[in-house]
Design a protein around this ligand. Structure first.
Ligand code: HEM
Ligand SMILES: N/C(=N/c1cccc(CO[C@@H]2CCNC2)c1)c1cccs1
Length: 359
């Protein structure tokens, strides 16, 4: 195990320090230091500089991410010193406030203590901000994707209002102690009501979504060290909300309601009623976020930015890796260059990984 850790550390320091334009003496000195730490204690710790650049490299290596052009502009917050659930909760509220920035979203990651034999911090939420889901005898209220976590939160003593848009509490667990729920104050949660630039009936659907996507259940691995609590945010690509979260029939399932209002022929697939409803919903999402001054990107602009990323990686002499299945957008994929080429789905570290589900 120590040899494996040392090998990962050496590989990371070599790449990271070269990118930071450090010379061979600095690289060898740092590797020697780490070797001593691992030999004596069985682990080592990153400097802030290593942590910051490692988190950026991990974003750059995220094969499924179309937003990687901006990898070097990630804001990294070092919270490895925090030890209690309430201190961690406070740091998460600060992250939400800083990243939201009144709508001018700042891509940010907050990194908590690394995993060790004595220490494991986990955030049970998939995203820091997400709506609850309730199974009732009349069907599901809220987000079906949240049913399991909502049940867990209720077992832990949390009580939602029962609306389709109840923001779940943050659930923080340290080691094997009971996970603790912390309700988020609504003042921290910026939301956008969805309306359409031409179709005035759209607002009668009374649908909204939150501004900031903040993934909190993935593990950041840098140089053999695992950060099991390292929530990160960017801004949304419109299709994530308009073609998935609000459109999937196992999510908010809005397409039939929209098609009805559009008086489309829903009895024939070939009327393409689903496709027309989908496009209008995505137009409404992009229009509403822009109108509210909340950062968002359409899938055409995002694909163009990804093209620039491909060119930048080529110029930097780095091999581009990607996961085609995820990189193509769910709306009009073949209108983007991504659809018409291939990508090598090789896993390079540092990177962000799934970790075991705790509920
Ligand atoms: C800045 C704006 C960003 C945009 C528009 C963006 C866009 C996306 C989209 C559309 C996906 C696919 C999600 C899905 O289909 O469910 C994705 C995946 C991903 N993104 Fe980005 N991203 C951004 C920033 C970031 C940042 C800051 C990080 C980390 C530091 C990141 C890491 C990832 C990872 C790890 C995945 C794969 C998640 C999985 O495998 O479930 N992205 N991104
Ligand atoms: N726009 C985004 N979209 C996502 C990025 C990563 C993951 C996800 C959600 O993935 C879920 C798991 C599989 N599909 C939904 C969405 C970002 C979230 C955090 C930083 S950027």
């Amino acid at each position: 195990m120590k040899d494996q850790l040392l090998a990962e550390a050496e590989q990371f320091i070599t790449t990271c320090y070269k990118e930071l334009h450090k010379n061979d003496d600095e690289i060898n000195l740092r590797i020697l230091q780490i070797k001593e730490k691992i030999t004596e204690f069985g682990y080592y710790e990153h400097t802030f500089e290593e942590l910051e650049h490692g988190a950026k490299m991990a974003w750059r290596n995220s094969n499924r991410c179309i937003g990687r052009l901006f990898w070097d502009s990630l804001t990294v917050r070092d919270k490895r010193n925090l030890n209690t659930e309430s201190d961690i909760f406070e740091a998460l509220e600060d992250h939400i406030q800083f990243a939201t920035n009144n709508g001018q979203i700042r891509p940010t990651i907050t990194i908590f203590k690394q995993e060790s034999d004595q220490n494991r911090i986990r955030i049970w939420n998939h995203q820091l901000i997400r709506y609850a889901g309730y199974e009732t005898e009349y069907g599901v209220i809220g987000d079906p994707a949240s049913i399991a976590l909502t049940k867990k939160c209720e077992e832990l003593g949390w009580q939602g209002e029962g609306t389709p848009f109840d923001v779940l509490p943050l659930v923080i667990q340290i080691n094997e102690s009971s996970p603790k729920p912390f309700p988020l104050s609504k003042t921290h949660v910026l939301e956008v009501s969805i309306h359409h630039p031409e179709l005035s009936w759209f607002e009668e659907l009374q649908v909204k979504w939150y501004a900031v996507p903040l993934i909190s259940d993935m593990c950041l691995e840098i140089g053999g060290i695992r950060y099991t609590a390292a929530p990160f945010n960017g801004w949304y690509m419109g299709t994530e909300i308009g073609a998935r979260n609000l459109a999937d029939d196992y999510r908010y399932n809005m397409l039939p309601k929209i098609a009805e209002q559009l008086n489309l022929d829903m009895n024939r697939n070939s009327s393409l009623w689903k496709d027309r409803a989908l496009v209008e919903l995505n137009i409404a999402v992009l229009h509403s976020y822009k109108n509210a001054g909340v950062s968002i990107v359409d899938h055409h602009t995002a694909a163009h930015q990804f093209k620039l990323f491909e060119q930048k990686e080529q110029a930097a002499n780095r091999n581009l890796t990607g996961d085609w299945d995820w990189l193509i957008p769910p709306v009009s994929p073949a209108t983007t260059h991504i659809f018409h080429r291939g990508y090598k789905d090789e896993i390079i570290k540092p990177n962000y990984f799934y970790q075991e589900k705790l509920y």
